[in-house]
Design a protein. Structure first.
Length: 339
């Protein structure tokens, strides 16, 4: 009897440990929160630019980690940046449900510097701009996409809205599952080309935080416009005169055009960090000048998007790089008012 009881005891004990072993470690993964947010000072950003700006590859990304540590960023903030491979840092955090949202600033990107990732599930993080996770075939085989492709042969997928209080959107599914709805801009050939519409994908998680994959949902037809309607209803906002205030509405994209002579080693840079409660930087392009004219100046086109009401200044400095040193050459300031 004692032998049977002992065997039964050990059987129950082994079964219990197997049960524990097979349970997801969801609770243990909930380690990122507001404590991982880093708010660098202007001096911190200048140090990053000075010490990291000329580096490339792994040296560039490890440099951000070193600069954060030197600026006394929290261990949790540094750990999060390491999880991103040193490419960015958490600028804000939103408690969201089964998984949470970490808004990220990528200081070394030319475009789409502000985005977000999904954290605190059983996958370390899920990046909506990792296009390998998207079910692209379902999008491209959908009737609405095929119709658009016939009209816009260069239609391509780009990052959509990654900022704002209502971004992203959460949907509750059966069985306590959650879906994070992410939009992607459909543009006619390039990231700053004509906007065609927005494709929506769902990122699904089960009740324990396991990532279940993505699902193509729809193309938002309310913003699918033909080229004539697009040009008439949403004219391109291009500004080049700093003496005139830029008066825009929330959510509008706009451009600042600045003459620039890259052949002489001159270029424009932001002189101060942006107030991202009002405006965010999307990227910049350089329009090559007429090569038949010696020392002709081209144009730098800086792309922005308003994010909230308020007034702020966008300050540029015109600099000349010489022997790895950046010397101030000129400054210009645009005043932005968002209603």
């Amino acid at each position: 009897m004692r032998t049977i009881t002992s065997c039964l005891f050990f059987t129950i004990l082994i079964t219990y440990f197997i049960f524990l072993y097979e349970q997801p470690v969801y609770c243990q993964q909930n380690k990122f929160g507001a404590g991982a947010v880093w708010t660098p000072s202007m001096d911190d950003m200048e140090n990053i630019e000075a010490n990291c700006g000329l580096l490339k590859g792994d040296d560039l990304y490890s440099c951000l980690i070193k600069e954060m540590q030197a600026a006394n960023a929290s261990d949790n903030a540094v750990e999060f940046t390491k999880l991103l491979g040193g490419k960015g840092y958490m600028k804000s955090f939103k408690k969201f449900g089964i998984i949470d949202i970490a808004y990220v600033y990528y200081p070394f990107e030319n475009e789409n510097r502000v985005s977000y990732v999904m954290v605190n599930g059983n996958t370390a993080l899920v990046d909506p701009d990792d296009y390998y996770s998207l079910n692209i075939d379902d999008l491209q085989n959908s009737a609405e996409y095929i119709q658009l492709e016939n009209k816009y042969p260069h239609i391509s997928l780009f990052a959509g809205n990654r900022t704002g209080a209502d971004c992203p959107v959460k949907e509750i599914l059966p069985d306590n599952r959650e879906r994070i709805i992410v939009d992607y801009a459909l543009r006619n050939g390039c990231n700053h080309c004509e906007l065609i519409g927005f494709a929506e994908f769902g990122f699904d998680f089960d009740s324990l935080g396991n990532f279940l994959g993505t699902k193509y949902l729809t193309i938002n037809k309310s913003v699918v416009l033909d080229s004539v309607q697009f040009e008439n209803s949403n004219p391109l906002n291009v500004f080049s005169d700093p003496s005139q205030s830029l008066i825009l509405s929330e959510g509008q994209e706009f451009e600042i055009s600045l003459q620039s002579n890259h052949s002489a080693g001159l270029k424009w840079e932001l002189a101060n960090p942006l107030d991202e409660n009002v405006v965010t930087f999307l990227g910049s392009d350089f329009l090559i000048p007429d090569e038949t004219l010696p020392n002709a100046a081209g144009k730098e086109i800086w792309h922005f998007k308003t994010t909230g009401n308020g007034a702020t200044e966008i300050k540029f400095k015109y600099v000349k790089e010489w022997q790895n040193e950046t010397q101030g050459y000129n400054n210009v300031t645009f005043t932005l008012v968002v209603n």
